[in-house]
Design a protein around this ligand. Structure first.
Ligand SMILES: NC(=O)c1ccc(NCc2ccccc2N2CCOCC2)nc1
Length: 246
């Protein structure tokens, strides 16, 4: 997977490239990241990257010429087919299904807006898809881009050493995650569910699936709509619900 970042603040992305699972993926060459700063594509003495909005109003927009040139350079830098993504509150809201869709691309170029955003005509001419991290307002697109990159990278084969963990990822199978426990076995007078100490792997797997189903039903019933549960899953969920009232 190759990521191209069009951003005024490339240094922000060390959080992705230098730490943890994603840092290891970059180090191992499973994921590559390259940066294209519009400021490097300016030709005036002050290296201007913002411009005033037609129609007036508060704030500035990103200056068109440096931004267009940075996007073109990002596209030209790789023979791979690339998709240019603009992150904004007006985009398609991201969920794990969207992450799976985006992960099928060889190269993604993220355009990170600053100021009040970019000229609408750039979205029509240079941007392929507009996406949103969620209904939140950020000071720039960088943190949204990094969240997209993290979620997408986790689906790249080899990035999560123990393949299993990506399957158990709470949203990977469309259900919320089960509760997790570790030492000490009693914490503030609270013990660990017996089944987890039993060493009975099948019972543990079933308990975890029941917990995922139950918590999803309780906290995010919307995730269960339009989802066919197997008979076994329905039985587990029914038992979970009946035990709530006991
Ligand atoms: N939900 C998201 O994915 C998301 C993405 C970016 C983002 N901010 C950068 C930005 C990009 C485009 C347009 C406006 C803006 N903003 C500039 C600053 O003012 C607020 C609007 N915010 C939230």
């Amino acid at each position: 997977m190759s990521f191209g970042l069009v951003t005024l603040f490339p240094e922000m992305f060390t959080s992705f490239s230098d730490y943890g699972v994603t840092g290891r993926a970059v180090k191992d060459g499973l994921v590559s990241v390259d940066y294209w700063n519009p400021r490097d594509f300016t030709h005036d003495r002050h290296r201007t990257v913002d411009d005033r909005p037609f129609g007036g109003g508060p704030g500035m927009l990103m200056k068109v010429q440096p931004l267009r040139d940075a996007i073109s350079a990002a596209k030209a830098a790789s023979e791979r087919q690339s998709k240019v993504i603009y992150l904004s509150p007006q985009g398609r809201k991201l969920d794990q299904q969207g992450v799976v869709e985006l992960s099928t691309n060889e190269r993604l170029i993220f355009v990170c807006g600053r100021y009040e955003g970019i000229d609408e005509r750039l979205i029509e001419t240079d941007i392929d898809e507009e996406w949103s991290l969620g209904d939140i307002v950020l000071s720039g697109g960088e943190l949204a881009a990094m969240s997209f990159m993290d979620a997408i990278s986790r689906l790249v084969p080899g990035v999560l050493g123990h393949e299993q963990s990506s399957v158990e990822d709470s949203f990977f199978n469309g259900l919320l995650d089960c509760p997790h426990y570790t030492r000490p076995d009693v914490l503030e007078g609270l013990s660990v569910p017996e089944v987890l100490l039993s060493g009975h792997h099948e019972n543990i797997r079933v308990w975890r699936e029941q917990q995922s189903l139950g918590r999803t039903w309780q906290r995010r019933p919307d995730l269960l709509e339009g989802r066919e549960l197997t008979k076994h899953q329905q039985t587990l969920l029914d038992k979970y619900i009946s035990e709530l009232s006991s």
